[in-house]
Design a protein around this ligand. Sequence first.
Ligand code: ZN
Length: 589
Amino acid sequence: MPTRVNRTLHLRRVLAPLVCLLLGGGALATPVTGVEPAQLVLFNGRILTVDPRDTIVQALAIRDGKIIAVGADRDILRLAGAATKRIDLRGRTATPGLIDSHAHIADGGVEELYHVHLSDVSTVAEAVRRVQAGLAVLRPGAWLQGDGWDEGKLAERRYLTAADLDRVSPDNPVWLMHTTGHYGVANSAALRLAKVGASTPNPTAGTIDRDAKGMPTGVLKEAAMDAVLALAPPPTPEEQRKGILKSIDTLHREGITAVKDPSIAQPVWDAYVSLLNEGKLTEHICVLWYAGSTLASAQAALKAISAQPRPPQSLGDGRLLSCGVKIYMDGSGGARTAWLFEDWNKNSTDRDTGNSGYPSTEPEAYRRMVRLFHQAGIHVGTHAVGDRAIDWVVDTYAQVLAENPTPGLRHSIIHANIPSEHAIQVMSMLEGKYAAAYPEAQAPFMWWLGDTYAANFGPERSHRLLPLNTYLKHGIHWGGGSDYSVTPVAARYGLWASVERETLKGTYGAHPFGTAEAVDIHAALRSYTIWGAHQLFLEQRIGSLELGKDADIAVWDRDMYEIPSPELKDLKCELTILHGEVVYVAPRP
Ligand SMILES: [Zn+2]
């Protein structure tokens, strides 16, 4: 026989969302007597709960890291005792902690700490000066690595080349990764060490960029990068750990409390585990293991993943999840290597004749890999940018699900940049029937890569980029994300880009991708909260502020539901709470 208190609590659990709704976000629930008081209450705010009704409340109460009540100030404050910490939101807006369904935070943190930064250079000369400054502190022969350049942001609107770099780097190999991570430029010293010369053939699924005489320019795309990347020294275990901590600090500053880190290998997993064991992993991290591009590499990844708990089981109470595997179907919209039905464009209206990209994994091998994982009950995230690649991926998911209809594995299409109508139909069907085939989309591509993307996709195809509004119409949920360090990690950029669809520089006009596929902030926020949580296997714990969920909360300087949408980009996070603990407070201005 439940006691009266227990019955009240039970009713509250069931009825609270409804009660909040009925009272317009006002009162919740009966005051609780004889129950331990809350440890923390947030009150006097506008709390966007992102529950199924998009309820807005004034206050919430937290105990043992969980939300124990949401509702009106007068009811929530009654749950406070003498020892309860109270945070007066002073009218500010709070949301669930934001969730990034695709961010390379382990790698990105290492880049921030140990590599030369090129994401903000606007001329070739400036990039060369940064390399020169970086080399000044290196011994001869040591590798210099840099990241983040993008020809779309350079005044010259051309690739960096080995010739640009050689005059400042005669004695050191240099590798500068493009912001997309799908191509980069090596200097001649690095090309020599990697044995890339005029007679080197393109590898399968890779491109050695060449000048008119057939000489390598230094730019290497996709699998052609491997020869150089195999020689550049990886981070030490300590550098890897410091990189993750650097990223976690940045995430907290931006109100982000959960991330899916795709494409990791054992050293990164080990770094996460060691930080978890030291109590330093103050973030929900769900990882995808890199599965390579062959059945043999897939079997090796399956072995690594089989040693870990299956999601939603985790290490460290929801802190670290071994979520599944990542496979690459194609390349990038930046490098014009993504696999398309029709040839790429250049400079918006020129044709890149004969180049429609290519698969980065042999398509039939890909299908066998997916079948292996699906039959083992493992979540698969597949990188697919081009329409032809996306079709192959969703058709593969449909096939393995028809063979073995296991629901709930949430297989995803990472990026899903220009899905065909067919792909959209299949996504809609598979989401509804099997909870599979979710796009994990990066709205910030339209901004940060937008000028390069508009040049390469061309005027017509560009309108099909990231069709978020079409997804809504088809009932397709997607996870939002940054693909950091491809774009900056702050989710506010993605919220903004989902609504505004503007490019950084407006080289081909402010809206080469049109505005028909824009969504409102309510949908955008869902993609960075509850829909993202689902892609991390954590929707029972995070992604909305509801009874029983983890108290992961971000407090903002403005109300994202009320401000003019151009301002979304400039939102400032003032407070971040993870599992009921304050992990970030903005300094007072
Ligand atoms: Zn990525």
